[in-house]
Design a protein around this ligand. Structure first.
Ligand SMILES: NC(=O)c1ccc[n+]([C@@H]2O[C@H](COP(=O)([O-])OP(=O)(O)OC[C@H]3O[C@@H](n4cnc5c(N)ncnc54)[C@H](OP(=O)(O)O)[C@@H]3O)[C@@H](O)[C@H]2O)c1
Length: 363
């Protein structure tokens, strides 16, 4: 078996190409294929592992499709906290339940499902508890043919979505849902800005906000991505690489924003304060470009601006998100789908920032 890997562009890649393409730990009799991270800053390795067995309260899902999140890339690059190796990356997946560990869960067997990657959220809807984890680190994730998951984290696959579209939904859909509706309390008719629209989380946030009746503007590094966002319902947008982008956006949008959704952070965050209307909300869940170098606290408090952090979501958020997706027939945007063997190539595509929406894997 040959892994179709490509380590060009991997920051600090230390393995030779030949070594990176050799599958290890090969089990001759059956089993399942998984793409495994064995050391940070090295390419994923394809392994043939034993079939998974469902423990009590767990289900085994035969995955049809998985999808990438930036977290998978942060982990491979050694930039995620508490990395424990080896691990099968991947938080997003959709497939068919093949086994359960508890007899009373038998009705799940054979059902088409998506997976809520937010594990052990805990009892408080306001914030996750101490046992909270995200599927795909430390628990083995979805870049594999099978995954083991608590039955409580299964949900029916939305019928209007293909396997690849369904697999693209869970992590970013959950995060965007909680950001917009649980945290920012978005209302129809409000004006929203979503930054970095090429990203998977940003794009589904834009789709949700537009479906909820908001007017949505976007930013991107790419004129092509801005144009595509407009075809999906954005009212307009500007290139965040332009020196005067914030002023240009305010002019184009004819005013300030009620809600801003950001996952970039960094130097651009100061402009988001400028773009928020008095009493408005900035909700953020990422810091792709690092911490903001300086924040104008005086402007923030004098304008009564709410700066809201958010991460993933509770079981109630996931249920609310899937209901919303079914009701509005939202279809996550899938940039491309690669075979599972090419998970490494998919990660390099994400590292290049070339995608518009989610990058999928066919399992
Ligand atoms: N806390 C949570 O629960 C949670 C959940 C999901 C994601 N996240 C975080 O959110 C971020 C995005 O995740 P993702 O999976 O959507 O990643 P992704 O698909 O790789 O998207 C990253 C996007 O960031 C945008 N970007 C880069 N530099 C920017 C800048 N200076 N200003 C504005 N946008 C910029 C780019 O947009 P353009 O291509 O349009 O330029 C790029 O496509 C990551 O940091 C991730 O770790 C956190």
């Amino acid at each position: 078996m040959q892994a179709a890997c490509d380590c060009r562009g991997l920051n600090g890649c230390e393995l030779s190409h030949a070594r990176s393409c050799v599958p290890v730990d090969f089990v001759q009799n059956g089993g399942m294929k998984a793409t495994v991270l064995t050391a940070v800053k090295t390419p994923l390795i394809i392994q043939q592992l034993s079939d998974l067995v469902a423990a009590p309260g767990q289900a085994v899902v035969r995955l049809k499709a998985a999808a990438l999140n930036h977290r998978d890339l942060w982990t491979q690059l050694g930039l995620y906290p508490n990395i424990k190796l080896p691990v099968t990356l991947g938080s997003d997946g959709a497939g068919v339940v093949t086994a359960v560990g508890t007899d009373t869960d038998r009705s799940w067997v054979g059902r088409e499902v998506i997976i809520n990657p937010s594990l052990d959220w805990g009892p408080d809807p306001r914030a996750q508890g101490k046992d909270f984890r995200i599927l795909g680190l430390p628990d083995n994730g979805t870049f594999a043919e099978q995954v083991s998951i608590p039955v409580a984290n299964l949900a029916p696959k939305p019928a209007h979505l293909s396997w690849e579209q369904a697999a693209a939904l869970p992590l970013t859909g959950l995060t965007a849902w909680r950001a917009l509706f649980t945290r920012a309390q978005l209302k129809a008719g409000e004006r929203v800005l979503v930054t970095g629209i090429g990203g998977g989380a940003a794009l589904i946030a834009m789709q949700f906000a537009a479906a909820a009746g908001a007017a949505v503007w976007v930013t991107s590094s790419s004129p092509e991505k801005l144009a595509r966002a407009e075809t999906l319902g954005a009212a307009g947008g500007v290139n965040y690489r332009d020196a005067d982008w914030a002023a240009a956006l305010q002019k184009q949008a004819g005013g300030l924003f009620d809600v801003i959704v950001d996952s970039a952070g960094g130097p651009g965050f100061a402009s988001l304060i400028e773009l928020t209307r008095p009493g408005g909300r900035i909700v953020f869940f990422g810091a792709t470009t690092g911490n903001p170098p300086g924040l104008d606290l005086r402007k923030s408090f004098f304008r009564q601006i709410n700066i809201l952090g958010t991460t993933m979501g509770s079981p109630a958020d996931f249920a609310g998100m899937t209901r919303f997706v079914e009701t509005h027939k939202i279809v996550p945007v899938v940039d491309r789908v690669l075979p599972l063997d090419q998970a490494e190539t998919a990660l390099r595509h994400m590292e290049a920032g070339a995608q518009f929406g989610k990058i999928g894997l066919q399992c």
